[in-house]
Design a protein around this ligand. Structure first.
Ligand code: PGA
Ligand code: ZN
Length: 431
């Protein structure tokens, strides 16, 4: 047996940042190397995602993962044992075939993604390499530009505001560490402003401030003010990025904005968001329309895609076929990559390749339910993806990822240097 042959696969139940159980898988190789990974979990999920296998019933609100852990220890272990861990595609093919469903519902996307990522970690460990280096082969990666949440909303803050994520992107930073420094100052300034005005209600799921705002525009105004109070230039140095997550409040071409007290059709949503793009230094908009509104996404992209990044998350669900379909329709110009939406690394990577073939940008993303697992940081580096989104710059499951990036930057020949502005679709809008 070769040293990189998989000798055992162990599943166990661990905990995520929402106090819910999740699946960890540990893979051991014949030569003694080991790798492990933990499945994240989303709260605003696209209908086309791989689904997590949950136990249902009373315990843990139905979020138990005993069945997924059993699958990892049983069927998944039997299918992977003996395979060479360096053959990621071969391992992932086995997982896909073993599950046999289109949405990983039999074994659970939580079990398959943890197993898939653990195989990659074990293969890297066997070669004595960090995962990013193992994935990058001979390429010399550059640090991804962080996209960081300041306020939570939508499904992450009991729908206090309709928009799910109010984030910043330090578009003017030249170094990864500088982008984090600037963002931390904005986070702090936002907290101070909200405290002064009695608008701070707590912390949302991804570590951002839980706002007591009366509407989406108050969030945008406060964010601009926070950037200024941090001594930074809105737009030139720090741009705003929104995850509208419109599938959460819209379907069949109707969008109900609870806080603004109105219902809009697709054109109305495009006009509303277009107005915000005019008035505020917005550089990126994720899921501006619902996942079933491909025509709307295409219209939005035609109207604003030359000025802002139009990112597909719930609409594209890290799925290569959907990315190709979107490209044909002209919907979106960038894709969010969440490994657990696909269920295996190979399928997620295929979505990236489809995005590249279409000339789309890409962002590797964590989920709102997270852990100390830092695999996504290594994927962004190893796959050469130019942006990274892991929530806010607070809470250990978020800082674990940003801090891993700081360590990796020290090891890169390019240091912490960020991709050139020309690599981003808002290049003409900022700087
Ligand atoms: P999630 O959403 O709650 O499904 O992880 C995060 C996002 O929409 O980017
Ligand atoms: Zn999203």
């Amino acid at each position: 047996m070769s040293a990189t042959a998989i000798s055992s696969v162990t599943g166990r139940r661990v905990w995520n940042s929402r106090a819910r159980p999740t699946v960890e898988v540990e893979v051991a190789l014949a030569g003694g190397a080991r790798g492990r990974a933990i499945a994240p979990a989303g709260a605003s999920r696209g209908s086309g995602e791989a689904v997590d296998l949950r136990d249902g019933g009373e315990a843990f609100g139905g979020y138990g993962v005993e069945r997924a852990v059993t699958a990892a220890n049983g069927e998944i272990a039997a299918a992977l044992e003996g395979l060479d861990a360096r053959d990621q595609e071969g391992a992932d093919r086995r997982l896909v075939a073993l599950d046999g469903t289109a949405d990983k519902s039999r074994l659970g996307g939580n079990a398959t993604v943890a197993a898939s990522m653990a195989v990659a970690h074990a293969a890297a460990a066997a070669q004595g390499l960090p995962l990013w280096r193992h994935l990058a082969d001979d390429a010399e990666p550059v640090m991804p530009l962080p996209e960081i949440q300041i306020f939570g909303g939508g499904a992450h803050a009991a729908r206090r505001v309709d928009v799910q994520d109010f984030m910043v992107i330090a578009v003017g930073a030249s170094e990864y560490a500088e982008a984090l420094d600037w963002t931390a100052e904005v986070y702090r300034a936002a907290r101070a402003i909200m405290t002064e005005r009695g608008l701070l209600a707590g912390t949302a799921d991804e570590g951002g401030h839980w706002p007591a705002f009366d509407g989406n525009e108050q969030a945008l105004e406060t964010l601009v003010e926070a950037i200024e109070r941090a001594g930074l230039e809105p737009g030139g140095q720090v741009g705003i990025s929104l995850d509208v997550a419109a599938s959460e409040f819209g379907a069949d071409g109707r969008y109900r904005l609870a806080r603004d007290g109105r219902t809009l059709d697709t054109d109305g949503m495009c006009d509303l968001l277009g107005g915000w793009i005019e008035r505020f230094p917005i550089v990126s908009v994720e899921d501006p329309l619902a996942e079933d509104d491909f025509d709307g996404l295409a219209a939005f992209t035609r109207a604003f895609g030359a000025r802002v990044q139009v990112m597909g998350d719930d609409a594209l669900v890290s799925d290569a076929a959907r990315v190709r379909q979107a490209a044909e329709a002209g919907a979106c110009n960038a894709v969010l990559l969440k490994p657990n939406q696909a269920g295996t690394l190979t399928e997620c990577r295929a979505a990236l390749e489809a995005a590249r073939a279409a000339g789309y940008g890409a962002v590797v993303s964590a989920r709102s339910g997270e852990t100390e697992d830092v695999t996504v940081v290594h994927l962004a580096l190893g796959w050469g993806v130019e942006q990274l989104k892991v929530g806010s710059i607070a809470h250990g499951e978020r800082t674990a990822k940003w801090n891993e990036g700081l360590r990796i930057a020290e090891a890169l020949p390019s240091g912490g240097r960020l991709p050139p502005r020309a690599a981003f679709p808002w290049g003409t809008r900022c700087g």
